[in-house]
Design a protein around this ligand. Structure first.
Ligand code: ADP
Ligand code: MG
Length: 224
């Protein structure tokens, strides 16, 4: 027939295009960044150049976030140990937690719970949720990470004692560019939702309202 491209091939073309696009944006940015850094060293200008450098980093991180749509799905899935992924995400954010007087508590009754997935993407999911939890706590508090087995499913529960969310904010979660932060880009949860969807999981978010904290529950199919 005239159908020349299979769906998988088309998808991989979109992926390649997106990856190429990201590459084309990053290359000139790297050059700009280098010269701005040189400018900082050769002149005494630091205020403007710092803003330029910060904004370059911002563009870079937005490009990275959209790269998630460029990656092929399920191609790189393997058996992943949830507890170890959660531990490594928590360890990575420990310095930021310390700075904000946030204590991270883990509750993993079964250290051997396995799910099927792409390890780095799963780590990204928990980094995004944990980072938000820490950022939601202005004057010290607690973030609790739990693994809970429920028959054929497993829940990862991330609970914080932070600023909480209104119903209106809850509805907007996962929308690109929804942020309440001065320096936020509102892409973290969009990426998180996309990855969870690719892993045949789901996410539930609950908050009892402003200053009552927030709970994120991510559910995955259990892998025996
Ligand atoms: P960003 O962190 O850049 O703002 P995200 O997509 O990660 O973008 O989060 C979007 C918004 O969701 C945040 O700006 C915040 O308003 C809200 N949010 C996410 N997690 C929490 C949380 N644990 N507590 C309170 N608000 C949260
Ligand atoms: Mg975020």
């Amino acid at each position: 027939t005239e159908e020349t491209l299979q769906k998988a091939e088309k998808l991989s073309m979109v992926g390649e295009l997106a990856a190429g696009f990201a590459h084309e944006i990053r290359n000139p940015l790297t050059t700009i960044k280098g010269f701005v850094q040189l400018l900082t060293e050769t002149t005494n200008e630091t205020v403007f150049t710092k803003t330029i450098l910060d904004e370059i980093d911002r563009i870079n991180s937005i490009v990275s976030d959209f790269m998630i749509f460029a990656r092929p799905h399920q191609a790189d899935f393997s058996t992943c140990n949830l507890a170890s992924i959660l531990q490594s995400a928590a360890r990575f954010l420990e310095p930021e937690a310390l700075l904000r007087n946030v204590i991270i508590i883990t509750h993993f009754p079964n250290q051997e719970v396995k799910i099927s997935g792409e390890k780095n993407q799963l780590k990204q999911v928990f980094l995004n949720i944990l980072k938000n939890a820490i950022e939601a706590i202005p004057n010290g508090g607690i973030v609790t990470i739990s693994i809970e087995e429920r028959g054929k499913e497993v829940n990862v529960i991330i609970e914080d004692t932070g600023v909480g969310m209104t119903d209106e904010q809850l509805k907007k979660l996962g929308e690109p560019f929804f942020t309440t932060k001065a320096a936020g880009n509102g892409l973290g949860l969009m990426v998180t939702y996309k990855i969870i969807q690719d892993h045949k999981g789901r996410i539930t978010v609950e908050s009892d309202g402003p200053n009552k904290g927030t709970t994120f529950i991510v559910t995955f199919p259990y892998k025996n």
